[in-house]
Design a protein around this ligand. Structure first.
Ligand SMILES: Nc1nc2c(ncn2[C@@H]2O[C@H](COP(=O)(O)OP(=O)(O)OP(=O)(O)O)[C@@H](O)[C@H]2O)c(=O)[nH]1
Ligand SMILES: [Mg+2]
Length: 346
């Protein structure tokens, strides 16, 4: 999964990038687009790996793309380059400045910045939707496609994001390839000064996040970036000092999995113990496709052991002996923590 860190100049995107990746990229003015990948920590993978002692243990991954803000003049917008960069991300993390930054004029105003960002994305999307609609009408395209773009147009004109439309309201098959920004899942990171690291998000702000179909989390990026660079044993003590129960990365991952409705299933064996990420509600055959398209095409059946069942019995044989080994067909809805073995034939 690719997450784009976006926001206005000096909001702390690069600092958040360091916090998430544990890297030490120079912060401050501008810089280039940067990519970093992190493992999604999962105690279940640790436990399975301890049991199977596989040659390889593979965690799910999340990658972050740091998109520099647009500096200069009185412009507070996103550059065309930044817009282009964020179109190809799976989800966006908007970093809002909620700390005093001496390099910037004006007090922090995260609520206003949120509106400004949203307005820019709506505007950028509307331009694309109107252009497409005009062409579709001229070319007398499929009526369903025209209807979908009309729906998008009225939604955007009402300043609502496309992500607020349900699958029943909008057939997203027509949107593919347009990179519409307000359709991207959006996580909002309120970047606070250290003293306010645990202050909850205001009710008004939470309401606005809900209207926008987004989720919020609080960070104190500069201090948390320093913590992220420490040994794991030291991290816990520093987090506790700040009053935080988990690292910024752990909190971010939890928020992202919730927002995107993601779950993990596992494959195990002597060669590899591995986590795979899918959307909740994915069926066995689709989950097989996350591993390899051959497994999806040639899918025969899935052998499933829920993680808790496996841990309670300790081995596949013990699970079988207890009569708890599940043989499932292609339409089985995969649960979080399922250990799966896909039988296939190509
Ligand atoms: N006090 C405080 N300062 C921060 C925080 N996050 C970032 N800063 C500082 O704010 C300045 C800008 O941070 P960056 O991470 O470079 O901001 P950016 O959004 O990447 O900036 P551009 O890429 O230039 O748009 C740096 O001096 C950071 O040290 C924070 O949580 N608290
Ligand atoms: Mg930066």
């Amino acid at each position: 999964m690719k997450i784009g860190l976006v926001g206005f100049a000096g909001s702390g995107k690069t600092t958040v990038f360091n916090t998430m990746t544990g890297l030490d990229v120079p912060v401050g003015y501008g810089g280039g687009v940067r990519l970093g990948t992190v493992k999604v920590p999962d105690e279940r993978i640790d436990a399975l790996s301890a049991i199977f002692s596989p040659k390889k243990t593979t965690y799910a991954e999340m990658s972050f793309c740091d998109v520099p803000g647009e500096h200069g003049a009185d412009k507070k917008g996103l550059s065309p380059r930044a817009l282009q960069q964020i179109r190809d991300q799976d989800a966006l993390c908007l970093v809002l400045r909620d700390f005093p930054n001496p390099a910037l004029e004006g007090e922090a105003d995260p609520a206003a910045d949120l509106e400004a960002f949203h307005a820019e994305c709506v505007f950028a999307d509307l331009e694309i939707v109107e252009r497409r609609l005009e062409r579709a009408r001229k070319e007398r395209s499929d009526a369903a496609e025209i209807a979908a773009f009309e729906k998008m147009q009225t939604t955007l004109e009402a300043e609502r994001p496309l992500r607020s439309l349900s699958a029943a309201e909008l057939n997203r098959d027509f949107l593919r390839g347009f990179g519409l920004l307000t359709d991207r899942p959006l996580l909002v990171a309120l970047n606070r000064s250290e003293e306010r690291a645990v202050e909850p998000i205001s009710e008004e702000m939470e309401e606005r996040f809900a209207e926008l179909g987004s989720a919020g989390l609080v960070l104190s990026a500069s201090v948390e970036a320093e913590i992220a660079g420490l040994d794991p044993e030291d991290q816990a003590a520093f987090l506790e000092d700040l009053g935080l129960e988990a690292s910024a990365l752990a909190r971010f991952i939890r928020a992202a999995y919730d927002l995107l409705d993601l779950i993990s299933f596992f494959t195990v064996g002597e060669d590899e113990v591995r986590a795979w990420t899918i959307r909740r509600g994915t069926r066995a055959r689709g989950a097989a496709g996350a591993i390899h398209s051959d497994l999806e095409r040639g899918f025969i059946r899935a052998e499933v052991i829920p993680y808790a069942t496996f841990m309670a019995h300790g081995s596949e044989q013990a699970v079988k002996d207890a009569g708890l080994f599940q043989i499932e067909g292609k339409d089985y809805v995969v649960s979080d923590g399922d250990i799966m073995n896909i039988r296939f034939n190509v």
